[in-house]
Design a protein around this ligand. Sequence first.
Ligand code: UDP
Length: 483
Amino acid sequence: MNNQNHIIPCNVVKNYNYFRVVVVMVPLPAQGHLNQLLHLSQLLSTFDIPIHFVGTATHNRQAQLRRVHNGQTNHPIEFHDFDIPPFPCPPPNPAATHKFPSHLIPSFTAAAVHLHRPLLAFLQALSSKVKRLVVIHDSLMSSAIQGVDSLPNTETYSFHTVSAFAIALHSLERKGFVYGRNDGEMTTIYEEYFPKELNVVSMEECFPTEFLELIRTQFRQLPKMGAGKIYNTCKVIEGQFLDVIKRVEPEFRHWALGPFNPVKISSSMQSCSSHSCMAWLDQQEPRSVIYVSFGTTTAMKDQQIKEIAIGLARSDQKFIWVLRDADNGDVFNTSEIRKSKLPEGYDHLIGDRGLVIRDWAPQVEILSHWATGGFMTHCGWNSCMESMTTGVPVAAWPMHSDQPRNTVLMTMVLRVGVVLEEWRQELVTAHAVEEVVRKLMVSEEGAEVRRNAERLGNIVRQSVEDDGESRREFEAFVAHISR
Ligand code: UDP
């Protein structure tokens, strides 16, 4: 592993003149964001492009520890740990009225603001040693890359971590649709692609005010000369919403380079495949297990956890349930991690029918396993892409951010999932959990969304094969930055 623990002094940056292009990744330090840019790094590195991945020591370590290797021979990715002043890392608050992980905001702000100086020094040194320097930065890390677009040989691309569906809506909203300043064309686009019956949730419901402010601040600082925008999606999944984005923002070049996550699990994958849940899955019937996980930003009250436990037990279906608290700003600071209690006698009640995982689960491998037949998910965009590429239908229980909008995409537009009807309520009952599990796993409606999900999974996997549509878009991007 090429992990450099200190800022690279400018005079020791290697000379990269041999390569046509060098790429620097600037992620937001949240798992769902780190993960996507690391996967993109792996994909680009297979084209023999040197990749530098920058961040704080703790977030680089987090990204590497939880990394899913794509099994291909890579040009090694170089990690650069930049020092920033200590930042607050409060624990998640399961009792908060808004389910958004506001406890992570101090780490986001600290990274966006304090990485700026060391990053700029690093990029200045690098730009003089390369033919072309490409900086791919999270759209919420614009503060960190201020001034970068004026460096010689350098171009910046903003990376937007959510679905094209959510981005298209957001673009329309930013252009004033929602605030009544829309012109006729925007209204026509909105009504055509987002009809009333989709019942799309407002931004205000998805995010708390303080995070909306952070989004606005970072978007205001997006480089004026940005060379383009990158998305972890593809035409075969979201072609129509990518078209909307292009119509609403014709001033930018848009690249749909997804799926970023590995689509085939090969024996050379080195992640957590030794996890005991994989041996348990091997013992189960095909498509008989529902995988239950709410990502890395969901904190639930004890009462909610109890309702899920009972609902899963009563559903009479096999399950793997990842029961972990939300990450905090430094995942290696484990002193305040809450370990939720299950109802007394729960292990005995479920016997060999279910597994409760409290450590890091090998999600991509679980979803790729033939015994997995459903996924109860909060619809974080990584989880959506992973379920779609593996062809696993979802039971959607969105919590915050883009998740309610992704839920509409998954269940009403693509029809690869069912929705947990009670998701807006303060407490989701065991009965609702039991019902949605049964609906997905053993009803006719569940069988139909499974067929849709499997069909879509096949289409997506084919699209990344040689000469497939997604593969061609990726190669076009590589050719563009290597021109
Ligand atoms: N993940 C995992 N194991 C876990 C929990 C999460 O591999 O125990 C991965 C999951 O595969 C996904 C990411 O963490 O790639 C979570 O991202 P997502 O966008 O789905 O949700 P977020 O955590 O950002 O809310």
